[in-house]
Design a protein around this ligand. Structure first.
Ligand code: COA
Length: 187
């Protein structure tokens, strides 16, 4: 039996507890959910997760405004996802007393979110898209595109033909034709 140093053992226990908490408290959790260490999820009852979702180490999710994550979504380490802003428009009232503005976030199927990306309230990350490491997503991401930078902008299409992209985006992944050997749920 391997004897783990205290901090690793503690991280393992924390991860187990968080996973149990996710299963018990989230609105829904699909099959094959994997969770890294140090993940923090706030307002988990407003979070739904599809099948084959992976959330990597130290990611922070606040689902107060509702977050729906589809199937086959890979969330890198230290990603931050917000679904709620502080209201701040009235300068005569302290920001902390103005309440919140909830805006749901949707991450559709077959999305990869790179390390350290930040997804802001109201963003809809389209099916088959990639969010580059360190990107700050302030708006919707088109299906099958790659976005990067602050604010995130499209750096490339994964599929060059926009009508094919739109057609694929409206199908569930299992029904999508295989393109270049990709898109199959089972690999
Ligand atoms: C998004 C990503 C996959 C793109 O890779 P790629 O398709 O090989 O793209 P390229 O490296 O050819 O870059 C294309 C352009 O986008 C820019 N770019 C790529 N990644 C970027 C990023 N994270 N932020 C800002 N710009 C980026 C490049 O500088 C390049 O710009 P240029 O055309 O002006 O030279 C990759 O850059 C990335 O961010 N990977 C995430 C890695 C990660 O987080 N891993 C964690 C494991 S879950």
């Amino acid at each position: 039996m391997q004897i783990l140093p205290f901090s690793r053992a503690r991280a393992k226990i924390f991860k187990k507890i968080t996973k149990m908490y996710v299963y018990r408290s989230c609105k829904s959790v699909g099959k094959n959910f994997t969770l890294g260490k140090g993940v923090i999820i706030k307002s988990s009852r407003m979070l739904s997760l599809g099948d084959d979702v992976g959330i990597n180490d130290y990611t922070w999710i606040n689902a107060a405004g509702r977050i729906r994550i589809g199937n086959d979504v890979n969330i890198g380490p230290r990603v931050v996802i917000h679904s709620s802003n502080h209201k701040y428009l009235d300068p005569t009232i302290m920001i902390r007393l103005q309440g919140h503005d909830n805006k749901p976030v949707v991450i559709e199927d077959d999305v990869w979110i790179g390390a350290g990306a930040i997804i802001l309230p109201g963003a809809n990350i389209g099916v088959g898209s990639v969010v580059a490491a360190g990107a700050v997503v302030t708006k919707d991401v088109e299906p099958y595109t790659v976005v990067a930078g602050v604010p995130a902008r499209k750096i490339r299409d994964r599929i060059s033909n926009s009508s094919v992209r739109a057609q694929l985006g409206s199908l569930p992944p299992v029904d999508r034709p295989t393109i270049g050997g990709g898109f199959s749920r089972t690999g």
